[in-house]
Design a protein around this ligand. Structure first.
Ligand code: MG
Ligand code: ZN
Length: 499
């Protein structure tokens, strides 16, 4: 052992200065849990540990020790939106909120995906959101507003840099005006179909095929294409993909999971042999946070973790791959808390003879079990209830096991003159979510879940960043989220395809 160390020491000391400090990777895979704040991460870990008796892939990655606090701070603000956050991860430059990969002065900044492409590496974007949505778009589009029309943003992604693998939702922006998405993408089921929102007759699906993309629109098509395609465009919904729980509630087995899409992307990208950059987004964690719907969020976190599992398997077989997991921000000010329900909880005598008599009711494994049991989103249940308190009580019982009172159901269904839900307090901070009926339902169920939410928007806490592979130790410490880009570029810059 000692002689082996000696040999290693001699070998290392003969490497030119600097080289050993600059790890290089052939592949970089960046996973972004949208809205995966530190409390959300803990939620997933606790659930897996306490209910399923297992460790998440996230926890395995944490145990490597390459963990950092990322400050998701945009240009001139303290709270970031997903567009600026993804732009900063993609470009290493501070961005204004709601912009996509522009400098604070409004100039185009090259993203890591574009830099990788320029060097001859393969590239991929995978998301369970519309591909025109902030997180995936920031890697290949440059726009002054994330709220620009979807076709404008997606045209940037599709026509700009020839991203080799694009898998996600948002098909309505790619089919000609006045047409249904399913006319061009027959695998898309009725529930996820929709009308084009293009202003013109352009058919980007046909163009993609002409450029050599294999185009798929369901799980089977994806599985068939990924072993042979060189370029892959998979669109599985007119807009976003549904929540995992709703995919199951609606029996939509033809919709691929985030893991399915991630595995397909890895198959195609690794086959080029050129090295690659891949971004995978678990985007629905954030949406469940905006909905203040903890059970739905839990299933999105577990789903994201499954995708990470596929990535870590790949990394084990291809150690020249740097895997980074991070979040763009926390969402909702989510937490569990304790409360006072029906007076003090019953005390009990401990084996020592001391009387243990806590003042408050604390959440236990029971709440985790209940949230894990949730089998549809709050929005789905509200939809099914169709405004009837009696039906809402039934929906909630069927999909969560919680017993709401009819009065609670009525309160959850209070609507204003325009038929809109309204958050009673802090509504100005709920922004787009002030009229989100799911947030109202979340509050009415809080006595069952022990879950509280501060807001329907994003929050400023640091997010956790984890890494495995060459250069991952550079992710330790506290830093601005732009550092994630710096590390990715540092390990890739030594690598140029074909050289
Ligand atoms: Mg996102
Ligand atoms: Zn968000």
């Amino acid at each position: 052992m000692r002689s082996l160390l000696l040999v290693l020491t001699i070998l290392l000391s003969s490497v030119p200065m600097g080289a050993q400090e600059s790890p290089r990777a052939k592949n970089v895979i960046l996973l972004i849990g949208d809205g995966l704040g530190a409390a959300q991460t803990a939620f997933g870990l606790h659930y897996a540990n306490m209910v399923e008796g297992r460790k998440l892939h996230l926890e395995a990655l944490m145990n490597d020790g390459n963990t950092g606090y990322s400050m998701p701070t945009p240009y001139l603000s303290t709270v970031i939106d997903s567009a600026a956050a993804a732009s900063q991860l993609a470009t290493g430059r501070k961005a204004r909120n709601e912009t996509l990969s522009l400098s604070s002065d409004g100039y185009v900044v090259e993203t890591i995906l574009e830099a990788a492409k320029r060097r001859g590496l393969a590239t991929g974007l995978v998301s369970n959101m519309r591909l025109s949505h902030a997180t995936p778009a920031a890697f290949a589009a440059h726009q002054i507003s994330r709220y620009n029309p979807e076709p404008e943003i997606l045209d940037d992604v599709l026509t700009g840099y020839d991203v080799d693998v694009l898998l996600g939702g948002g098909a309505r922006a790619l089919v000609p005006a006045g047409r249904r998405v399913s006319e061009f993408l027959p695998g898309i089921v009725d529930e996820l179909d929709g009308d084009s929102n293009r202003p013109d007759e352009v058919n980007r699906i046909a163009e993609a095929k002409a450029k050599g993309y294999v185009v798929v629109s369901d799980r089977t098509g994806l599985a068939e294409a990924s072993p042979k395609a060189d370029k892959l465009l998979g669109l599985f919904a007119a807009s976003h993909l549904p929540y995992v729980v709703d995919t199951r509630a609606m029996g939509l087995e033809s919709v691929p999971s985030l893991r399915d899409m991630t595995q397909a992307a890895l198959d195609v990208l690794s086959r080029t042999g050129n090295g690659f950059f891949l971004m995978v987004e678990g985007g629905r964690i954030d949406y469940a946070g905006h909905d203040n719907d903890a059970g739905t969020m839990l299933h999105e976190i577990l789903d994201f973790d499954e995708a990470l599992g596929a990535v870590l398997d790949f990394q084990a077989r291809h150690p020249d791959t740097l895997v980074i997991v991070t979040a763009d921000h926390g969402t909702g000010g989510f937490s569990f808390t304790y409360g006072d329900f029906n007076g003090r909880p019953p005390g009990r005598e401990l084996p020592s003879g001391l009387a243990y008599a806590p003042h408050h009711s604390y959440p236990t494994r029971e709440q985790l079990v209940a949230l894990g049991r949730q089998s549809a989103s709050y929005l789905y249940m509200l939809d099914e209830a169709k405004g009837s308190p009696e039906r809402l009580v039934e929906e909630v019982r069927a999909h969560t096991g919680f017993e709401m009172t009819i009065q609670e159901a009525r309160e959850a269904l209070v609507r204003d003159a325009d038929g809109k839900a309204w958050i009673e307090d802090f509504s100005q901070f709920y922004q787009d979510q002030a009229s989100n009926p799911a947030c109202l339902l979340g509050r009415r169920l809080a006595r069952h879940t022990f879950v509280v939410w501060a807001t329907g928007a994003h929050t400023m806490e640091p997010v956790l960043t984890f890494g495995r592979g060459p250069g991952a130790e550079m992710l330790r410490g506290v830093y601005e989220n732009t550092h994630v880009y710096d590390v990715s570029m540092k390990v890739l810059q030594h690598y140029s395809a074909g050289r």
